[in-house]
Design a protein around this ligand. Structure first.
Ligand code: HEM
Length: 465
């Protein structure tokens, strides 16, 4: 303790003696950027009795997420999630977490993720076949339905249509309750039958019925279907050779489902909104996709050659990171960037503000996918760009998400383009994730690609599943 005595506390803006800095609630995104530009890489904020440090200095973030990761645990807000999620990868800690990550890791290796490719292709194809030129579609809604479908299929081997409305409704309740709990100082424990607790318990029960149903069926049939559920079910720990119990399987499946579905839908929706606003960038993607695939179904090998498409996605996640803030707290008193950080201090690392720091990104508010050319990412300081987080708890689905997103952007670009509904403003809405509000309403236009008729033909003859 004494070694910390000489260290200072970080700067703090003026605050109301009782409320602290309630301005953060009015416009959190603008507030975070203002704090970072006025006070630098670490600033201490207060809401009522709760103090949080906002950390935007990449070196300090690197120290928390990577170099000294073992000194931190997830932020208290994440610990609200187990009410519905149980003890899955997002929420668990310590030896239990390490074992679960070891067990789940093989399901996300490149070679395994490639097994899901045909599912991504056929689901995207089905979606595109329902689109009519000239009609209005909410791209956000479309991307949600798509990723719900691919997550159900790759995880459980079932089609999205099956019970998807039930899953979606349960997820909606879960998100709303999570945000409500986060913003409420006092709430009854989950066993007290308040209206909101009953809603949350009903939603959790609905999800449980579905997921335990899948697990029971699969255990009974003993089938090895190559989906995530099979892989997790047969996973054995290299250290003690034990597998997962049904409860662990349920928690991991639900966690992976939740962690992967919405984030991916959001990143693709933001990307398409930006492309619709910047048709000259979209044109580069159309040209690239036509050159690489020549109207044929995109192959995995071909996707690795899509530079413009990848840069557009990286740039969309820079401007609108689906997980806009990552939270941690130190398990012991520690030092961060020369400041004394007491045990349990809330640390908020807003990718939103870091990704828009002009020190690292010239013209930070502009959508400029070309900035990612010539190995730009490698020249950045570590943790100046971290949409998938970093360090030992980096997103398990990074490769899964990038593969699916590149494929979907490419397949849409082969056939369609979008114009935004006239007069429609889209703004970021801060929830657990960063959501485009009120969605991304757009009009579907034909690409009028010379390849279109060939492409439809080649798809009709494909047998992707
Ligand atoms: C664009 C899409 C995605 C983004 C931006 C994203 C972002 C993130 C971030 C920032 C974290 C770290 C959270 C923290 O440290 O508190 C995370 C963790 C995680 N993500 Fe993703 N994710 C995406 C897609 C996926 C997909 C597709 C899956 C699975 C199919 C997935 C599964 C997970 C899991 C299991 C964790 C917890 C990892 C751990 O703690 O060991 N994510 N994700």
């Amino acid at each position: 303790m004494s070694s910390f005595a000489t260290l200072k506390s970080p700067p703090a803006p003026r605050s109301h003696w009782l409320w602290g800095n309630p301005e953060v609630l009015a416009d959190p995104l603008a507030f975070m950027r203002k704090m970072a530009s006025d006070y630098g890489g670490i600033v201490s904020l207060r809401l009522l009795t709760h103090t949080a440090w906002m950390v935007t200095d990449p070196a300090a973030i690197e120290s928390v997420l990577i170099r000294q990761a073992d000194k931190y645990r997830k932020h208290f807000a994440v610990r609200l999630l187990p009410i519905a999620l149980g003890n899955g990868l997002l929420t668990s800690e310590g030896d239990f977490y390490s074992r679960q990550r070891r067990l789940a890791q093989p399901a996300f290796q490149r070679s395994q993720v490639s097994q899901y490719y045909s599912t991504f292709v056929s689901a995207t194809q089905r979606m595109l076949d329902t689109w009519q030129v000239g009609e209005s579609r909410d791209i956000l809604q479309e991307m949600h339905t798509l990723t719900l479908g691919t997550a159900s299929k790759t995880l459980f081997g079932v089609d999205a249509e099956f019970q998807s409305e039930c899953v979606r409704a349960a997820l909606r309740v879960g998100q709303a309750e999570f945000v409500r709990r986060l913003l409420t100082i006092f709430h009854f424990p989950i066993w007290v039958p308040t209206r909101s607790n009953r809603r949350l318990r009903r939603a959790t029960r609905d999800l449980d019925d579905i997921i335990y149903g899948f697990i029971r069926q699969r255990r009974a049939s003993g089938e090895q279907r190559g989906d995530l559920l099979s892989i997790l079910l047969h996973a054995r720990d290299g250290v003690d050779q034990t597998g997962m119990t049904d409860k662990q399987l349920r928690d991991e499946c639900l966690t992976i489902f939740l962690a992967g579905q919405e984030t991916t839908a959001l990143a693709m929706s933001w990307c398409w909104w930006l492309l619709a606003e910047h048709p000259h960038v979209a044109d580069r993607i159309y040209a690239e996709v036509d050159t690489v695939f020549n109207g044929q179904i995109p192959t995995m090998e071909g996707l690795t050659r899509l530079q413009e498409t990848e840069h557009a996605l990286l740039e969309a996640m820079r401007l609108y990171p689906p997980i806009h803030v990552i939270g941690r707290e130190p398990l012991v008193d520690t030092e961060i960037a020369g400041f004394h950080c007491p045990r349990g201090t809330t640390l908020l690392m807003p990718a939103w503000a870091v990704h828009r720091n002009e020190r690292y990104f010239k013209n930070p508010d502009a959508f400029l996918p070309e900035r990612w050319r010539d190995g730009f990412e490698k020249q950045l300081p570590k943790c100046a760009y971290f949409p998938f987080s970093a360090g030992p708890r980096i997103c398990l689905g990074t490769h899964f998400a990038m593969l699916q997103m590149k494929l979907v952007i490419a397949m849409i670009a082969q056939r369609f383009q979008f114009t935004l509904a006239p007069g429609q403003k889209v703004t970021p809405n801060v929830q657990i994730t960063l959501q485009p509000s009120p969605g991304v309403p757009a009009i579907v236009r034909s690409r009028q690609s010379i390849h279109n008729s060939d492409f439809r033909g080649s798809l009709a003859h494909s047998s992707t599943e």
